[in-house]
Design a protein around this ligand. Sequence first.
Ligand SMILES: [Zn+2]
Length: 243
Amino acid sequence: MSIKTSLNYSPNFSTSTRNKKKIKYIVYHYTGMRSENKAIKRLTDVSSNVSCHYFIKRNGQIILMVPELYEAWHAGKSNWKKDSSLNKSSIGIEISNKGHEFRYENFSKNQITSLIKLSKYLIKKYRIKVSNILGHSDIAFERKKDPGEKFPWSHLATKKIGIWHNINEQKLKKLRRKRISNIKMNNFIKCMSKIGYLTKNLKNNKKIKLFKSFQRRFRQKLINGKIDKECLIIAEKLSKLSK
Ligand SMILES: [Zn+2]
C-alpha cells in the first residue's frame, strides 16, 4: 500500500535519521491560520522552525513535507505516558483548518477520507498502538487546543484509529453537568493518568486546561473545564482500554 502525495519539502527537521522502531505515535494538528497557503508557507519557511511530516489540504490532497525517518518539528514541549518531547517518537500530521483563533470550521469530508487512508498506512507500517494516536492538545494541553472539538474522533475510532468509549449517547446526556465528589475527582485524575495525560503539579488554571483538553477529545459536546459524571464514566471506560 502506498499513499499518493505531492512534495513540498520543509527545511525544518533534524538531519540525523531515526530508527523505524522509534516511531510510536501519530499526532494530529490543525494549522490554525487564516489561509491554507499561509500555513503551507510557514511550515516550509526556514525561519519559522516548525514543520510536519504530512499536510492535508481542504480538498484532501496530501503534501509530504518531511520524510518519516526524519524528525519534524510539530509537537514542541510535550508529554504522553512516560515519553516527553514527542517529536522524536512521532509522525506529525497538519490538517488545514483556521482553528479557534480565526473561524474554527468543520474538517472537510475529503480531508477526513485522506486522513483515514494516511493514518491506516502509518499504523500498519510502524505498528502504532491505538492508544498512541493523539491530538496536539493531548500532549501539550497547557499551550494547545488543536485539533479541537470538531475533530471526528468517534468516527475515526470506528476505523480503529484512536481509542473511544462507545457508551450510549442517551445515557451520557443524562450525566452531563452532574456534579461529582472530591474522591471521584481524584479517581478521574487517576484515570486520565492511565490514559496517558500528564497529571503532575496541577494548579487551578493548569487543571482547567487539562480538563478542557480531555473534553475536546472525548466529550466534545460541552467544553467547560468542569468535570461532571459524564466525563467521569468516559474516563473510567477509557482507562481500561488504554495500554
Ligand atoms: Zn499543533
